[in-house]
Ligand binder design. Structure first.
Ligand SMILES: [Zn+2]
Ligand SMILES: [Zn+2]
Length: 391
């Protein structure tokens, strides 16, 4: 049996033939980054490679970094492999990484969803021999409803609150989810008043706009107070703002949370929320199965989430599958894209195992580099607050 093209090292997922890591959690020389969420895109690497569509959010999150970008489908040679990136549909610029080595193809999914999202390019299936997939919502209970339906629910809740003079406070992750909601409501012509955004959301909005994404007008709390009328707003804030003095400025309000975890019975009550909207930027169970099937992979490696359920399901259907313990999402204290249950259902272990085997040797080999077109552009300071994870 040939050696695995991507293996687990203490630093993260590693492609030895190419001499690079994918979304490493410790500082490395070369990092291919699938997307700008904090558990996948970390500071401290020497060189970064990401999708061109991710450029603005990567700089907004990581500040001044040496970043090379690839257009969708464009490939670059790195060591003995060719790397190309394909849309993952998760947030703006989120990519699946395709790695080709002597005719063998591996795809690392990063985070992905199949649902429509007006703020990023739709997920594109990529044929491969081995597919490394996330599994954040990898249980059959997780099934999302059509986006339009959820947007209509949010719009109705907002209109109802406005009619009663209450602000509508919607907690959601500042990078990706907040923009998807703003664009989704605008697209549905469902803006029932002013949108007020927390600073963390405003910083990401700016990066999205710079990247050419159309978002409706949103203002900060000061401008909203100054504006005549003071209509009851929709307030978008990260989960960490819950209970903060910042939120108390809106007076009487209804508190809601938009997350895939709202699908779980009791999640809303435990957070003392008035409403929970089931809206996720990760694939649901049918989405995961659809993506796995569309990849045509004979072998599936499952990371961060409910690995066991997917491995069992695929194994029963004759597909070679196993889990790989990564440090994406869920680790206490680490920042993440936040789609993590506050009850700690996704605890990550510091012990790294690859099918129970010890990590391979630690010697990185290739002297090759991420091409010549480095991008050292200055950027706004990292939007730290944009990435605070929930309790
Ligand atoms: Zn993510
Ligand atoms: Zn993730």
């Amino acid at each position: 049996m040939s050696r695995d093209l991507v293996v687990l090292r203490p630093e993260g997922l590693y492609c030895e033939a190419g001499g690079f890591f994918i979304d490493p959690w410790r500082p490395v020389d070369r990092a291919v980054v699938t997307h700008a969420h904090a558990d996948h895109a970390r500071t401290g690497h020497r060189r970064y490679l990401a999708a061109g569509e991710a450029r603005e959010v990567m700089h907004a999150r990581l500040g001044r970094i040496s970043l090379q970008t690839l257009q969708w489908g464009e490939s670059v040679k790195q060591g003995d492999v060719r790397i190309s990136l394909f849309p993952a549909g998760h947030i703006l610029g989120s990519a699946q990484v395709r790695i080709e080595h002597r005719g063998e193809v591996w795809v690392v999914s990063g985070d992905y969803k199949l649902e429509t999202d007006p703020t990023c390019k739709a997920f594109e299936p990529v044929r491969c021999d081995t597919f490394i997939t996330e599994s954040t919502f990898g249980l059959p209970v997780y099934r999302w409803r059509p986006d339009a339906q959820t947007m209509a629910e949010i719009a109705n809740w907002w209109a109802d609150n406005a009619a009663n003079g209450r602000a509508s406070v919607l907690l959601c992750y500042a990078l990706g989810k907040a923009q998807r909601i703003q664009a989704g409501l605008a697209r549905a012509h469902a803006l029932a008043g002013p949108i007020v955004v927390h600073g963390a959301v405003a910083a990401v909005n700016a990066a999205y706009r710079e990247a050419g994404v159309n978002l409706p007008v949103a203002c900060g709390v000061t401008d909203w107070r100054r504006a005549a009328g003071g209509e009851a707003p929709l307030v978008l804030a990260p989960p960490s703002a819950a209970g903060s003095p910042w939120l108390s400025r809106f007076g009487e309000s209804s508190l809601a949370f938009a997350s895939g975890w709202m699908r779980v019975r009791g999640a809303r009550r435990r957070r003392a929320l008035d409403r929970g909207f089931v809206l996720s930027d990760h694939a649901d169970w049918p989405g995961l199965m659809q993506a796995i099937e569309a990849s045509g992979a004979q072998r599936v490696i499952v990371t961060h989430g409910f690995e066991a359920a997917i491995v069992r399901h695929l194994s029963e259907r004759g597909i070679a599958a196993h889990a790989l313990r990564t440090e994406f999402g869920g680790e206490a204290g680490a920042e993440s894209d936040g789609e993590v249950p506050s009850e700690g259902g996704l605890e990550a272990s510091p012990a790294l195992t690859l099918d129970g085997a010890a990590p391979a040797s630690l010697l990185a080999a290739s002297p090759a580099e991420f091409g010549a077109s480095e991008d050292r552009r200055a950027a706004t300071p990292p939007a730290q607050t944009a990435s605070r994870r929930t309790s």
